[in-house]
Design a protein around this ligand. Structure first.
Ligand code: ASC
Length: 134
């Protein structure tokens, strides 16, 4: 069933928070080096991010869920005027996250993981720049 407006916002925020937590784990291990490199933990995190990115998030961006109608979200109303751009950034996130999962699953190593992690981060930023208020 389609969620109501509040539940769409809450659910998508949970999804992005969970993805960000997993991004942070990979960052700590392959970018910052503040946590010991652990391929199994990185794969688990990449799986989680890919799951979020491929979960059909569009169903959580229904009418009335932008910040002109609801104070609980930073989604800009322009989101609803640019459906092709919205699709593009969503596909970009899904493709980048799926590739990160593949690199992790194939034991790509720290350098390859770092490179693809950066691509996923760019896909996050592409949506933020276009559709998220500060
Ligand atoms: C993250 C995170 C984001 C993105 C963004 C990339 O880890 O929480 O929102 O990457 O910072 O530019």
């Amino acid at each position: 069933a389609q969620l109501d407006v509040e539940d769409q916002i809450e659910t998508r925020q949970s999804a992005f928070t969970f993805a960000a937590w997993n991004m942070g784990k990979i960052k700590a291990q392959v970018i910052d080096g503040s946590v010991a490199y652990n391929e199994q933990q990185i794969l688990a995190a990449a799986n989680a991010i890919a799951s979020v990115a491929n979960s059909g998030l569009g169903a959580l961006f229904g009418p009335g869920t932008a910040n002109d109608k609801n104070d609980n979200t930073r989604l800009k109303p322009v989101f609803f005027d640019k459906p092709e751009k919205a699709r593009e950034v969503a596909i970009g996130f899904a493709q980048a996250a799926t590739k990160l999962q593949e690199v992790a699953a194939n034991g790509g190593g720290k350098g390859a993981l770092a490179a693809q992690f950066s691509e996923v981060g760019k896909s996050c930023k592409a949506c933020h720049d276009e559709f998220r208020a500060d």
